[in-house]
Ligand binder design. Structure first.
Ligand SMILES: [Zn+2]
Length: 473
């Protein structure tokens, strides 16, 4: 257990340029695998703090790592930097107001995520040096969490092979531990090829690839009744075959995302989807090619590390929100529906009797994972080393993920307070893992037990290159 006061003071002393860094990343929102300005800013901050920097991890220009200290244990703190398309939004206004129409925006708070993790790593580095302690702290700048499985490609390249424990966090609407069952997933393009022809003059000579995409959709809709209830299948037509209805569409493509709690079940479902695609091709006399785009594994919890993290969260307490923070959060809540507002109380068991619009307590932790019907590429890292994640309140209760409301709050003092708290928790827990051999031993024993029956296999096949090295779909 660390000296919380000293760590808290160290974070407070260092925080100003990191808050500015988070705001700069918010100001320049970049989507998956295009996080070049954010990467340059973060590498500059790492170098400024005296970290040894490794660039281009897994050959990805926006994957990097800063390392400090020497010897073991090796503790990794993960950061994310990517924004989302179509969510451009002014800061601090409680109405939809894009800065750039159709532009990008930080709708998942990754400007805060990467920056708090880097700040925590810097505080740990200083602490190790000041006390002459052995051990290594690393900050990993991870690209493309939003639909790009950046960490999974980094994991496949061996970037985490010598790591003893992993810590990360996510901006959220409450303060607690992210002990969840997330969904593993596989995403793939199905590219159909037919034959173009005049749609009126000689339709009998044409074979429609777009018909195949539509028939595949019908098949998948019928499949939904016969799959596990926690599984999900989504799709987007990425190529329609053109805008001329009088041409039989020769080429069409659809991107399918298949999710289920366990990666093995995802592959079983995916094979069924693949057979449906084959059926659609057969019915339309077209051909189909399947191209895996990316994949990620489900999250494995780690009670030992999560308990240590929760103890630190309790000791630091909730973010110090003030009246101005609550006032703006109320304005945001006024834009939400009753269902939006009720959702977090129902899903996370928050106390509805507390009327404050920003979570100002600490959620209990009992080691029992809750179901998160989404995916994260932190999942793959959690199969390689004991991993724990915390959540801190960085936006109003009820704020939907990936929304303009979330973007509007991401550069305000209320978000900075959540971010600074996350840095404190990460730093304290990293130092726990670095200095408490028993904690690390328990975390590793638990991890070994959880992975004994089925050791990690990277879900992305070896021949699939990262999307940043492929032509756009
Ligand atoms: Zn996110």
């Amino acid at each position: 257990m660390q000296n919380i006061d000293a760590i808290g003071r160290a974070v407070e002393t260092k925080k100003a340029p990191f808050i500015a860094l988070s705001d700069r990343i918010w100001d320049t929102p970049e989507i998956r695998y295009h996080e070049t300005a954010a990467t340059a800013s973060q590498i500059a901050a790492l170098e400024d703090q005296g970290f040894r920097v490794t660039r281009d991890i897994a050959g990805i220009p926006t994957a990097f790592m800063g390392e400090a200290g020497s010897g073991g244990p090796v503790i990794a703190i993960l950061g994310e930097l990517d924004a989302l398309a179509g969510l451009s939004q002014e800061s601090g206004v409680a109405e939809p107001r894009p800065i750039v129409k159709g532009g990008n925006g930080h709708g998942c708070g990754h400007n805060l995520l990467g920056t708090a993790s880097l700040l925590a790593a810097a505080v740990v580095k200083d602490h190790l040096a000041a006390h002459g302690l052995p051990g290594t702290v690393r900050y990993y700048g991870c690209p493309a969490e939003e639909g790009g499985s950046g960490k999974t490609f980094m994991a496949r390249a061996g970037a985490f092979k010598d790591v003893d424990a992993v810590l990360t966090w996510h901006p959220w609407l409450f303060n607690g531990i992210m002990c969840v069952r997330s969904l593993a997933n596989v995403q793939a393009f199905f590219r159909f090829r037919g034959r173009a022809a005049h749609a009126a003059g000689c339709p009998e000579l044409g074979r429609s690839a777009l018909d195949a995409v539509e028939l595949m959709s019908v098949g998948v809709q019928y499949m939904r009744e016969h799959m596990p209830s926690e599984a999900r299948i989504h799709s987007a037509i990425t190529q329609t075959g053109g805008i001329s209805p009088n041409v039989v569409q020769a080429d069409a493509a659809v991107l399918y995302l298949v999710r289920s709690p366990e990666i093995d079940d995802v592959w079983t479902l995916f094979e069924r989807v693949r057979r449906i695609a084959g059926g659609a091709a057969m019915m339309t006399d077209t051909t189909v090619e399947v191209e895996i785009d990316r994949a990620c594994s489900n999250l494995l919890p780690n009670t030992a590390l999560e308990s240590a993290m929760h103890a630190n969260l309790r000791r630091f307490g909730p973010p110090p929100f003030d009246d101005a923070d609550y006032a703006f959060a109320r304005q945001i809540q006024a834009t939400l529906t009753e269902a939006d507002l009720a959702f977090p109380y129902k899903s996370y068991g928050l106390d509805r009797r507390d009327p404050r619009p920003l979570h100002s307590a600490i959620a209990e932790y009992d080691g029992e994972p809750w179901f998160l019907p989404g995916s994260t590429d932190v999942g793959d890292i959690s199969w390689l080393a004991p991993t724990a994640q915390c959540l801190t309140a960085c936006h109003a209760i009820g704020t939907p993920g990936h929304s303009w409301q979330l973007v509007a709050q991401g550069k305000l003092p209320l978000a900075h307070k959540g971010m600074v708290l996350a840095a404190k928790i990460l730093a304290a827990t990293a130092l726990d893992a670095l200095t408490d051999a028993d904690l690390l031993r328990r975390a590793k024993a638990e991890h070994a037990e959880r992975t004994a029956a089925r050791p990690y296999r990277c879900p992305i096949p070896d021949d699939v290159v990262a999307p940043c090295h492929r032509a756009a779909p």
